[in-house]
Design a protein around this ligand. Structure first.
Ligand code: CAA
Ligand code: FAD
Length: 387
């Protein structure tokens, strides 16, 4: 693993940082308050290449590597976690899966639209009764007698960008009674008949990232929109999440970095008992603990991105590295946001400063794309070979 970044990696990091600081940071608190979807910013991020960082240029992306993705995600998340959630679903959950398993026609049509920022993508795995136990889904896809299409019925919950997505990667049962082996993946056009959206969820954090239930009522999905082969859907879902978890780890680092930097500035300025609060040893211990965890989370996430790049070149898996990064970085985001808020005292609790937003936003990273408990299960299963 090379600790020096390439010029390309540094350049996408600079593009993301510039956009994040100039266009996102000034409006982040207002989007958090209103819960409005930041459509214009997302479109512009697409034009800058930030919605398909690892997507080859022939499909409308930036054609960069997994480390570039981590660096750019951190910058966007440090300005606003909600923007980075939308970015992460477009990049890792939507584009990645179709790039890996899609036909040439699927890549040209669907990846290009999302990577360029022209449209927004979603990933629909979770259902009301099945979140962690993802293969216990009920949504059913039945192939028509002539084989030309599938009829899909069912409900998916907690779908990020559901209220605005033009396309979604959907997982549904094509063969009941055989568990994960009966799941298939489909590319859904949300403008077709039979697709319905539920109400937008009122959330604790990442409030500008719109989330809702989506429902399928006799939705006719053309057979050419099957992604991969029938019965391969669960493996596609899990493989896509391996990559997605690197994105959420990066998001967690961005939130933690923003909270840490705010704390660092505050301990130098704020005085108590005649001295800067940063000169108290108890505050120094907080700073040291935050910094150690932040750096460790960053290194683990870069390692996971490096492992992904190696797997892409030479084959192999990177799920353990991705789960370790996601678990550690999300718990770091909670730890750092908590300590940074405490360091700000009463002002940390005020909506006039961003600490309470970082604190609310950090929590989601321990829940979605597999809870911390699920990451521990994945890591331990891979380490022990036991189930
Ligand atoms: N890559 C490829 N294949 C994989 C895999 C991976 N990473 N992990 C498992 N598989 C395969 C297994 O090899 C197995 O296939 P075989 O039977 O042929 O060996 C098959 O998939 C089933 O695997 P398991 O028996 O391990 O499945 P399980 O039912 O025990 O579940 C789990 C495993 C890890 C708990 C999984 O269900 C899981 O990750 N749950 C969490 C769900 C999740 O993360 N949801 C996120 C939704 S998206 C989201 O949240 C987006 C957002 O916030 C923005
Ligand atoms: P449950 O699975 O019911 O878990 C409840 C608790 O039990 C958790 O603490 C969990 O860790 C624990 N638990 C469950 N099983 C075990 C076990 N075996 N051992 C120990 N503990 C266990 N899903 C999508 O498909 N697409 C999206 O775009 C998407 N976006 C989301 C956005 C937001 C804001 C949120 C909140 C969720 C989103 N999700 C999405 C769903 C998300 O992935 C699930 O919420 C998550 O996987 C947990 O599932 P659950 O909520 O059903 O919790």
């Amino acid at each position: 693993m090379d600790f020096r970044f390439t010029e390309d990696q540094l350049s996408i990091q600079a593009v993301a940082r510039d956009f994040a600081q100039k266009r996102i940071a000034p409006v982040a608190a207002e989007f958090d308050r209103s819960g409005e979807f930041p459509l214009e910013n997302i479109r512009e991020m697409g034009q800058l290449g930030l919605m398909g960082i690892e997507v080859p240029t022939e499909y409308g992306g930036a054609g960069m590597d997994p480390i570039s993705y981590v660096l750019a995600m951190i910058e966007i998340a440090a300005a606003d976690a909600a923007h980075s959630t939308i970015m992460s679903v477009n990049n890792s959950l939507f584009c990645n899966g179709i790039l890996k398993h899609g036909t040439e026609a699927q890549k040209q049509k669907y990846v290009r639209a999302i990577a360029s920022g022209e449209a927004i993508g979603a990933y629909a795995l979770t259902e009301p009764q099945s979140g962690s136990d993802a293969s216990a889904m009920h949504t059913r896809a039945v192939k028509s007698a002539d084989g030309s299409h599938y009829v899909i019925n069912g409900k998916k919950s907690w779908i990020t960008s559901g209220p605005v997505a033009r396309y979604a990667v959907l997982f549904a049962i094509t063969k009941p009674g055989v568990g994960a082996k009966g799941v298939s993946a489909f590319i859904i056009d949300t403008e077709k008949e039979g697709f319905h959206r539920g109400k937008t969820e009122p959330k604790l954090g990442i409030r500008a990232s719109a989330t809702c239930e989506i429902e399928f009522a006799d939705y006719k999905c053309p057979a050419e929109n099957l992604l991969g082969a029938e019965g391969e859907g669960f493996k596609i879902a899990m493989g896509v999440l391996d990559a997605g978890r690197i994105g959420i780890a990066s998001q967690a680092i961005g939130i933690a970095r923003a909270a840490y930097e705010a704390a660092l500035a505050w301990v130098r300025e704020r005085k108590a008992f005649g001295q800067p609060i940063g000169s108290f040893q108890m505050t120094q211990a907080k700073i040291a603990d935050m910094k150690c965890r932040l750096d460790a989370a960053t290194l683990l996430t870069l390692r996971a991105a490096f492992a992904k790049a190696e797997a892409e070149k030479h084959g192999g898996r990177f799920g353990t590295e991705a789960s370790i990064a996601k678990l550690y970085a999300s718990e770091t985001a909670m730890f750092v946001a908590h300590q940074a808020l405490q360091i700000h005292g009463g002002m940390g609790y005020s909506k006039e400063m961003p600490l309470e937003r970082y604190f609310r936003d950090a929590k989601i990273t321990e829940i979605y794309e597999g809870t911390s408990e699920i990451q521990r299960i994945v890591i331990a299963r891979n380490e022990t070979g036991l189930r």
